[in-house]
Design a protein around this ligand. Structure first.
Ligand code: HEM
Ligand SMILES: Nc1nc2c(c(=O)[nH]1)N[C@H]1C(S)=C(S)[C@@H](COP(=O)(O)O)O[C@H]1N2
Ligand SMILES: [Mo]
Length: 436
């Protein structure tokens, strides 16, 4: 079977020397030598399966990633914008809706989980084509040079996006501030190269799989080893291993978006704070009060809320806020890092009621929210008018029937349906309606 694969009846001299078992000379041991890559698993059929999985998965990653940026409402106020130099790349931004209330939980849970689960597929895809990266001559023509540059952006872009994403989930502080722009610009470069490659190769991938599935050879297949070693694993078996790897990653990461035993399985995706305890406040914490330097001196007896608008600066103590109309909303916390909680039962004052006190009795505008926290990227956030107007958007003072704990934002925090965690400011000190 091995011989029928080659068009030339006599193998090149370097191959016959390898075949005859003589010690290989240096050029034959280089990755550009025809006999260097020998796995019989390689072949365009194998690559095609992986490519089609990536086509679906990476498109989903790109879309959910861009949605995550839109969900921050970056065009509303510079305090929300982690990529101020986005320029024309922000063309698609839109007003992030407030429903369904689990929207960001879904989109960002998918983004991070799919990104993790695709790692074995990406690595297998790169493994399947790696001989091509060393093929000689490196450049045959201008067209070929352009193709190789696009492949450099494709492979480099894929590694860059996956690495920055994974490192950010694990080590939030590795790229202080710069993660968002890096990952955002990287996404556009990578996806452009990805689309060009997929546009060229997807029809071929579908064609080879339609005609004969996984096994057997394809005429002129450049990915197949010219000198295959004896098989130890079928292509089907190799794909099953990739699938098993992805399944293990799925089971050990997806649980961060669910409560109960599933969350305990999610050992691969930690986040900011230690595991929360039990009880009404026993759900996940991003940063504790201590971690961001918020003390009881800031949030204790001397705390008050300032509400500003056309009616001037109004001050409220916690008792005064608790004496206002209290409303409830069942809403999750959904962090950009992909973890989320199930719906928690929040209770407090509606943002639109506070807007009315500030001088906007109907059709309230957006609001700038500021925390007692003195430094750190998430101490301020701007909410859009649709978020202020939603009756489920609260300045919450209680959760699940109890006072907010210090780590969940006592004395008062924002909770808005469908919004990313960053917009749910904790330890609120001031609300400025209008003037965004
Ligand atoms: C992270 C995404 C991807 C990376 C990094 C990647 C990388 C590569 C590289 C470096 C090659 C070798 C090109 C050459 O021959 O010089 C290749 C080949 C190929 N790719 Fe991809 N690829 C990706 C996604 C896809 C997708 C989405 C598809 C199709 C749906 C696909 C289908 C193919 C096919 C069929 C070949 C074989 C071309 C041939 O006959 O030589 N790839 N890929
Ligand atoms: N003041 C302040 N509020 C904040 C943050 C912060 O660092 N400081 N982190 C935000 C982020 S990123 C998330 S995911 C949520 C997490 O809320 P939790 O810790 O109550 O779960 O709080 C948000 N509110
Ligand atoms: Mo977050």
């Amino acid at each position: 079977m091995g011989d029928s694969r080659r068009n030339s009846p006599t193998p090149p001299a370097s191959l016959s020397r390898l075949l005859s078992g003589r010690a290989a000379t240096l050029p034959e041991r280089l990755p550009s030598a025809p006999g260097f890559w020998r796995s019989p698993v390689r072949g365009v059929r194998f690559t095609a399966v992986l490519g089609l999985v990536l086509l679906v998965g990476i498109t989903l990653l790109f879309v959910t990633g861009l949605l995550s940026y839109a969900a921050y409402n970056p065009d509303l106020n510079p305090v929300n914008d982690k990529t101020p130099g986005k320029g024309l790349l922000g063309f698609y931004l839109f007003a992030w809706p407030t429903g369904p209330h689990w929207l960001y939980r879904l989109t960002q849970g998918l983004h991070v989980t799919v990104g993790i689960v695709l790692v074995p597929v990406l690595l297998a895809k790169l493994w399947s084509v790696v001989p091509r990266l060393f093929a000689l001559p490196p450049v045959r023509s201008l067209g070929h040079a352009l193709e190789r540059i696009s492949l450099l952006l494709l492979v480099g872009g894929a590694l860059f996006q996956f690495l920055t994403g994974l490192l950010n989930i694990q080590l939030e502080y590795l790229f202080p501030g710069s993660f968002y722009p890096l990952h955002f610009y990287g996404a556009w470069v990578f996806f452009a190269a990805f689309l060009a490659h997929a546009g060229l190769r997807a029809p071929q991938a579908v064609r080879v799989l339609r005609s004969g599935g996984l096994s057997g050879t394809v005429r002129g297949d450049r990915l197949e080893a010219p000198l295959p070693a004896a098989p130890t694993l079928s292509r089907r078996g190799a794909l099953a291993m990739v699938g098993a790897g992805s399944s293990v990653l799925l089971v050990t990461s997806a649980g961060r978006s669910f409560d109960g035993p599933l969350r305990r399985l999610a050992v691969l995706t930690p986040h900011g704070a230690a595991e929360p305890g039990s009880g009404p406040n026993g759900f996940q914490i991003n940063k504790t009060a201590a971690a961001v330097g918020v003390t009881t001196a800031d949030t204790g007896e001397g705390w008050w809320l300032t509400v500003s608008g056309p009616a001037g600066d109004l001050r409220f103590t916690r008792e005064q806020l608790l004496a206002m109309d209290q409303h409830s909303a069942a809403l999750p916390i959904a962090c950009v890092e992909g973890w989320s909680t199930s719906d928690q039962w929040w209770r407090g004052v509606r943002l639109r009621d506070l807007a009315a006190l500030a001088g906007y009795p109907d059709q309230p505008p957006g609001v700038l929210v500021e925390s007692v926290q003195r430094s750190g990227p998430f101490r301020r956030a701007a909410l859009r008018d649709n978020q202020v107007r939603d009756p489920r958007s609260l300045l919450a003072m209680r959760v699940n029937g109890e006072e907010l704990s210090p780590d969940h934002g006592y004395p008062a925090r924002i909770i808005v349906p469908a919004a990313p965690g960053v917009l749910n400011t904790k330890w609120v000190a001031r609300l400025t309606f209008g003037e965004l």
